[in-house]
Ligand binder design. Structure first.
Ligand code: HEM
Length: 557
């Protein structure tokens, strides 16, 4: 008894102190371990911050994308910020950005991407999050054929059918009540992913409630709320429990869709058939169940919300600029794609139209510049001591390239950086930097049989050619920004789905603008109000109210 007492006492003390020591270690160790990095980065400018907590309060109090853009104007193309236990260098100098994102040795920052692995119950790495090259390269190679021109062309008729479903929805809704066009676009893009990736109808457009959209939408919200790494210890918290429940629900849909695909031969355009038949060249093995679910979930999530917001942001800009709206209408009219009293049912959009709609494509590029759906950008780790934008940056530094800040930087785009000006893409030599990145398919011929390309390009006003006095400005902007437009990122980790995304954007906007005029609902407070309310979560999205608009049919039905 006498010997048991001290032992029990020791046990009680250890049990009480151990969690405290653990917590202190979790908080202090990252702080101590980044002290040498702080010292080495002391010449890099940056906003003043708290010595322990860094700039976390600025980033919580203000929308992250806007705060970074503000600091970019104040501190220039390279500056540092601190977070509790971490430092990051914010980079928006195009040359240096190109170095970082085009070189494979700059791995993705594991610290930053780890949380995205929680989209599946197995928390398995995936094509977006995996830092190292070999697994990434193998998956990338396997899925690339799905995004080829030939495959997109095969898929195009299905996309047109889905877009027509959206048109019917908007017609049924009527133009008096306002409608969240961001949500409407999400319904469309979920159905597109359903057909393109799973060869399956998710029915988000045709049914009032869509299990697939609800599940993935809720998961994205609760994933964002569950950012705190300590949450796994606090399983009783509402956020943690909700996140787990949403993950289970989403996981069940992914599993069901995969099982379904295994039971029947999928359509030739189906993205997942490439993953199902994948063999890793390094190991000769197929993807494990966990890896397959992780990739499936990733393609779904990476592909639906980004594209939906891109459609919504472009509509917002079109709706709030009468001249832009009129020029798009003139271009569509010249192609026979505009509903008019004489032509209440315009012909269906054809593959060959898409490359010919020069002004609409410039509008898309400009919208992707000002409101990049992946506005948070990309985060890399510097592999060895190097010089970036004139400063010494030591190995191990986390470099954060925020696309929103980069694409609005006055240093890159000039004094009108924050203005929506599609003409900057219409320099006489043709579209600016984005041309390399546009899907090759819709540009490469005029195969829709419409002859639209010829009609549009012979009509300067309709095609939106720049006014002569603007030419110098246009040229200058195009040159200065040659490397600053990277809404899909660049290099080996750029967006593998960008050809599909651009195909969707072009098709959907051509059809919607041909059938409707859009107006921002008064309560949105104009473009300024919407932009001010926008949030940078996993994607750059409209605020709480969504994007309320009126879709007014061009011809009353
Ligand atoms: C407008 C729509 C889209 C935008 C703006 C966009 C943007 C991006 C960006 C910036 C990245 C790089 C992320 C990083 O560095 O962390 C990325 C990667 C990726 N995107 Fe997209 N994306 C869009 C649509 C799509 C679509 C439609 C799909 C597929 C269906 C897709 C699939 C992916 C995948 C799988 C990756 C990872 C690629 C890799 O690391 O090799 N995205 N996207």
């Amino acid at each position: 008894m006498e010997t048991a007492l001290p032992a029990m006492l020791v046990f009680v003390v250890v049990a009480a102190v151990a969690p405290l020591v653990y917590l202190l270690h979790q908080m202090l160790w990252p702080f101590l371990s980044c002290l040498p990095l702080r010292r080495k980065l002391r010449q890099v400018p940056g906003p003043p911050g708290h010595f322990l907590l860094g700039h976390i309060f600025d980033l919580i109090a203000n929308p992250v994308h806007q705060q970074l853009a503000k600091w970019t104007e104040e501190y220039g193309p390279i500056y540092k910020i601190g977070l509790p236990g971490a430092m990051a260098v914010i980079l928006t100098e195009p040359e240096a950005v190109a170095t970082v994102i085009k070189v494979e040795r700059y791995d993705k920052s594991a610290m930053t991407y780890k949380f995205m692995e929680k989209i599946t119950r197995d928390t398995h790495p995936n094509i977006v999050t995996v830092p190292t090259a070999s697994y990434h390269r193998a998956i990338r190679k396997a899925v690339t054929p799905a995004f080829s021109t030939a495959n997109l062309r095969r898929f195009f008729p299905e996309l047109v059918v889905l877009t027509e479903r959206l048109v019917q929805q908007l017609l049924t809704h009527g133009s008096f009540a306002s409608l969240d066009m961001d949500l409407a676009a999400q319904r469309l893009t979920v159905d597109v992913i359903g057909r393109f990736a799973f060869d399956r109808d998710f029915n988000a457009l045709s049914s009032g409630r869509s299990e697939a959209l609800e599940a993935v939408g809720k998961l994205m919200v609760s994933l964002q709320r569950d950012h705190n790494p300590l949450n796994r210890w606090f399983w009783w918290r509402k956020e943690t429990r909700e996140f787990w429940a949403d993950r289970v629900r989403f996981d069940a849909i992914v599993r069901r869709a995969l099982e379904d695909l295994r039971e029947r031969p999928p359509a030739p355009h189906c993205l997942l058939s490439h993953l199902l038949s994948f063999t890793d060249p390094n190991t000769g093995k197929a993807l494990s169940g966990k890896a397959l679910r992780a990739e499936t979930a990733t393609f779904w999530i990476a592909g639906f919300e980004t594209t939906a917001h891109a459609i919504a942001w472009a509509l917002m800009f079109i709706a709030s600029d009468e001249q832009v709206e009129a020029r798009i209408a003139a271009e569509l009219d010249a192609c026979g794609l505009l509903a008019t009293p004489a032509r209440p049912e315009p012909r269906p959009v054809a593959w060959g139209d898409l490359g010919a709609l020069r002004f609409l494509n410039a509008v898309i590029q400009e919208a992707l510049r000002l409101m990049p759906p992946a506005g948070g950008g990309t985060v890399r780790t510097v592999p060895r001591d190097t010089k970036l934008a004139g400063y010494d940056v030591p190995a191990g530094t986390v470099v954060w390239i925020p696309f929103y800040a980069l694409q609005r930087s006055k240093g890159v785009w000039g004094p009108d950086a924050n203005e929506f000006r599609p003409d900057r893409w219409l320099a006489p030599q043709g579209l600016g930097p984005a041309q390399d990145q546009a899907p090759q398919g819709p540009n490469d011929d005029n195969g829709g049989g419409s002859g639209c390309g010829g009609a549009a390009s012979s009509n300067g006003a309709a095609a939106g050619a720049a006014a002569p006095e603007e030419d110098e400005v246009v040229k200058a902007a195009a040159t200065a920004s040659a490397r600053g437009w990277i809404p899909f990122s660049e290099g080996p980790r750029n967006c593998v789905g960008q050809s599909l995304a651009l195909l969707e954007l072009r098709t959907v906007l051509a059809v919607l603008c041909g059938r409707f005029r859009f107006q921002l609902a008064d309560e949105m407070g104009g473009v300024e109000g919407v932009v001010a309310a926008s949030r940078q979560e996993t994607t750059l999205k409209p605020g709480e109210k969504g994007l309320l608009m009126h879709a007014i049919p061009r011809v009353a039905t």
